[in-house]
Design a protein around this ligand. Structure first.
Ligand code: C2E
Ligand code: MG
Ligand code: MG
Ligand code: MG
Length: 291
């Protein structure tokens, strides 16, 4: 009987696997179609500099609404795009669209606007990545200084010397490289020493567990390391005024999160910046956070 139960379990497991594989294949088909039909959009989330300079960096975040599935979260479709290789053409589209948007903003007089783009390991590892990127910037007449790339620790673990080489090339042409989701992976921090980085983004999980013993000290340690290496620091996922105050106390100079601004369509960005400028004026309504 135990044997029989085991068999059933195996059969159940096999059919669940089959179902998951089918679902994956279906998702990939839909992704491919979405790419062909231009169904992807970029939203932009502000990265805010505390106590000073007008914020003008925005992280580009992919958005996709499927006709039948409805809005699909990046955390669901990015892995599918990565495992199918679709992330390469999709990543191309993201860079193309981000540069087109930057050019539009710069032409409209917002010369200080910068965009930060997430890049998947597979995309970054393409032999022509750096050449393609510089060609895209040139085609749109966008200065490399207006672009930041966000890479994850995953990539560095996969191929440290390859990553070093490409990052150097990017830095040489003026594109900034940041490490995203710092602390979420298993990178030895010593890796950071060997990469020509401009900054690090501290993973959202730290901000969200600030009440736990030790989290504050870890953030402080990351900030201290970044300072020693002369890197910028962004705290991700700030949702409450308390979290904002804590991150400020811990020495984070830049923050990103729903409290400061949600990801928004490109056309909402200029009005958002205008609204913040108004808030910053003396006599602004009490209650709007003093940042
Ligand atoms: P990420 O690069 O770490 O982006 C930050 C994520 O945190 C975004 O999720 C953003 O909407 C979310 N977020 C920002 N502030 C808050 C907050 O205060 N609270 C909470 N709970 N969440 C916040 P999103 O847009 O769903 O993207 C998820 C991930 O998908 C990104 O994480 C990134 O790894 C990936 N992704 C998004 N767009 C792209 C892309 O164009 N290319 C690649 N390769 N990956 C992308
Ligand atoms: Mg990111
Ligand atoms: Mg992140
Ligand atoms: Mg993430």
């Amino acid at each position: 009987c135990a044997k029989q139960a085991g068999k059933n379990e195996v059969r159940f497991f096999a059919s669940a696997m089959h179902g998951a594989a089918q679902e994956q294949a279906q998702l990939e088909r839909r992704l491919r179609r979405a790419l062909d039909s231009g169904a992807f959009r970029l939203h932009y989330q502000p990265v805010v500099t505390l106590g000073g300079a007008e914020s003008s960096t925005f992280e580009a975040l992919l958005r996709w609404t499927d006709a039948e599935l409805g809005p699909v979260e990046p955390d669901r479709f990015i892995p599918a795009a990565e495992s199918s290789g679709l992330i390469v053409p999709l990543g191309h589209w993201v860079l193309e669209e981000a540069c087109r948007q930057l050019r539009g903003w710069h032409d409209a007089g917002h010369e200080s606007f910068r965009v930060s783009v997430n890049v998947s390991p597979l995309q970054f590892e393409q032999a022509t990545f750096v050449d393609d990127l510089t060609a895209t910037l040139e085609r749109h007449g966008v200065s490399p200084a207006a672009l930041t790339l966000e890479l994850t620790e995953r990539l560095i673990v996969r191929d440290l010397s390859g990553a070093q080489h490409k990052m150097k090339a990017l830095r040489a042409c003026g594109v900034e490289v940041w490490i995203d989701d710092l602390g979420a992976g298993q990178t030895a921090l010593s890796y950071l020493l060997r990469l020509p980085l401009s900054g690090v983004k501290i993973d959202r999980s730290f901000v969200q567990t600030l009440d736990d013993t030790g989290t504050g000290q870890m953030v402080q340690a990351m900030v201290a390391l970044a300072r020693a290496l002369k890197l910028g620091v962004v705290a991700e996922g700030v949702e409450t005024p308390e979290q904002l105050r804590s991150m400020q106390t811990l020495g984070c100079e830049q923050v990103q999160g729903f409290l400061l601004g949600r990801p928004m369509p490109a056309e909402a960005v200029v009005p958002w910046v205008g609204g913040r400028a108004l808030e910053a004026q003396p006599g602004a309504q009490p209650g709007s956070e003093e940042l």
